[in-house]
Design a protein around this ligand. Sequence first.
Ligand code: DQA
Length: 166
Amino acid sequence: MRIAVVHGPNLNLLGTREPEVYGPATLADVNAALTALAGHLGVEVEFFQSNSEGGLVDHVQAVAPRVDGLVVNAGAYTHTSVALRDALVGVARPFVEVHLSNVFAREEFRHRSYLADRAVGVVSGFGIDSYLLGLRGLVGYLGRRGGAGRLVQRKGESSGYDGRFP
Ligand code: DQA
């Protein structure tokens, strides 16, 4: 299983950017932690960061054929980008939306996401752990996709969750 991790605008500044909001970890730290978790879970990960909306759209299109799903922190484009939403929906790969900060505890304009309703799930507010939880969630989702898939269940239907951790 192969997962693409996509970081949006200004996430290259992690470590120095508003550390009281985003924490002390650098982007390299985030990617190193994801690589370690991916090894533990037995999956492959690849990383990409861009400050430009078109760069992100191009990358989603290019990477999709070689991955099973994506972990996406679209940064500010989360709240503005129909183009990125269309790209993610268009390539038809499951994705998880992640945010270091709790966007719902911040300014009103961050409460809106153009991606969330098409995501498998959303993780927000746990710092670097948001990415790790997002990767775990996506790998779990992909692993049980043959079953009931995402945890939106009809009455009497199994969730597909097998009860094992991690
Ligand atoms: C962010 C939250 C966004 O609102 C913001 O524009 C970012 C980072 C986060 O990870 O908390 O750039 O996606």
